[in-house]
Design a protein around this ligand. Structure first.
Ligand code: FES
Ligand SMILES: [Fe+2]
Length: 365
């Protein structure tokens, strides 16, 4: 590992108690070597890449690009869920460039190699006479794949935990989501490092009153709390009683749950309403956030209004995150401190990130 990167990693101390701890250094939010290391080390576990409603019938597929790694998930002829690295074994073209659809095989548009729905290499034009080229060993590289609720996950390595274990206790403790149906997707590009977006999500409601005045009237901010788990956290906020909620509110029920799973998956659950957010790095100082909205059987105007509320909140978050990214570049800012009352989730994220980076660094030695 290059010395500069090693020094950068050693500048975060994960052993301190929350009240003494300092955040990861500002350079972690814009250093390109660190971003490359994250790509390989942090985005190396379970990743939410598709939705089950995209993959119901044989031949249906969905693709994703997670930190520069292209994936394709599909249903094979037997309706089994399969996932592959979406990279041609010939010259590394992305085999399936479309976001979703239905196919009976995967044909690389560069030189026309074809793979069946089990990933086996079937057709390869004008490739006779190539020595030591067993076709059987040149199929698409498979990935572990599993499902939670309406989301499809892949794992590019050998999973240490099954997906259900990894997500614990999300599968058993979240509100019942079985009746919810996917309604819409929205994608946003944000002018910040992906971690600045995650930090903002995990700050325990610290910015709700200041950045989201509209939400502040709905959440009972004084009772907002964060619970930490092995691979994530949940922020729970009681919702103020129906009498006190503004008439326009589309967030009702007893509590709002904001789950986060390391490193980049969030799911926000209200009564009869849910949205998942996946945060994808697009480089050291840019990221994309994909929102998928799910509803019970509310009328269309309620659904529209609910998505509008989420959109407004997201625009507020994007603006503040971009401002943070600009500030992180200042020569005057290096590390910050955590609110003991609010920001245990942010510190946990930084510790998990650090752990993931240093274990990858030690493998490389
Ligand atoms: S890169 Fe796919 S066929 Fe050549
Ligand atoms: Fe926010």
């Amino acid at each position: 590992m290059a010395n500069a990167l090693s020094n950068l990693l050693s500048r975060f101390d994960p052993t301190l108690p929350l009240d003494c701890a300092r955040t990861i250094p500002a350079a972690w939010y814009f250093d390109s070597d660190l971003a490359e290391m994250e790509r390989l080390a942090v985005f190396a576990g379970w990743q939410a890449v598709a939705r089950t409603d995209q993959l119901t019938k044989p031949g249906e597929f969905a693709t994703a690009d997670v930190a520069g790694e292209p994936f394709v998930v599909l249903r094979d002829e037997g309706n089994n869920l399969r996932a592959f690295h979406n990279v041609c074994r010939h010259r590394a073209a992305v085999v399936m460039p479309e976001p979703f659809g239905t196919v009976d095989r995967l044909r690389c548009r560069y030189h026309g190699w074809t793979y069946d729905l089990q990933g086996r290499l079937r057709g390869l034009p004008e490739f006779d006479g190539v020595c030591d080229f067993p076709r059987d060993n040149n199929g698409l590289i498979p990935l572990a794949v599993d499902v939670w609720g309406p989301t499809v996950w892949v794992h590019p390595g050998t999973p240490s935990f099954s997906l259900q274990e990894y997500l614990k206790p999300l599968p058993t403790q979240c509100n019942d989501i079985s009746a919810l149906k996917w309604s819409a997707r929205k994608e946003y590009e944000v002018a910040c490092n992906w971690k600045a977006y995650v930090d903002n999500y995990l700050d325990g409601g610290y910015h709700v009153n200041t950045v989201h005045p509209g939400l502040a009237g709905v959440l009972d901010y004084t009772e907002y709390r964060t619970e930490l788990f092995d691979h994530g956290s949940v922020q729970i906020s009681p919702i103020v009683s129906a009498d006190d909620v503004p008439a326009s509110a589309v967030r009702t029920g007893m509590v709002a749950q904001y789950w986060w799973i390391f490193p980049n998956f969030m799911v926000n659950i209200y009564q009869g309403v849910m949205d998942t957010n996946v945060v994808l790095p697009l480089g050291p100082d840019r990221c994309k956030v994909i929102f998928d909205f799910y509803f019970a059987d509310q009328p269309p105007d309620y659904i529209l209004q609910s998505i509008e509320v989420a959109d407004r909140v997201q625009l507020e978050d994007m603006e503040i995150c971009a401002e943070v990214q600009r500030g992180l570049r200042s020569r005057t800012y290096d590390t910050g401190r955590y609110s003991v009352k609010r920001e245990a989730g942010v510190y946990q994220f930084h510790r998990m990130l650090h752990q993931s980076l240093i274990s990858d660094a030690s493998h490389k030695r």
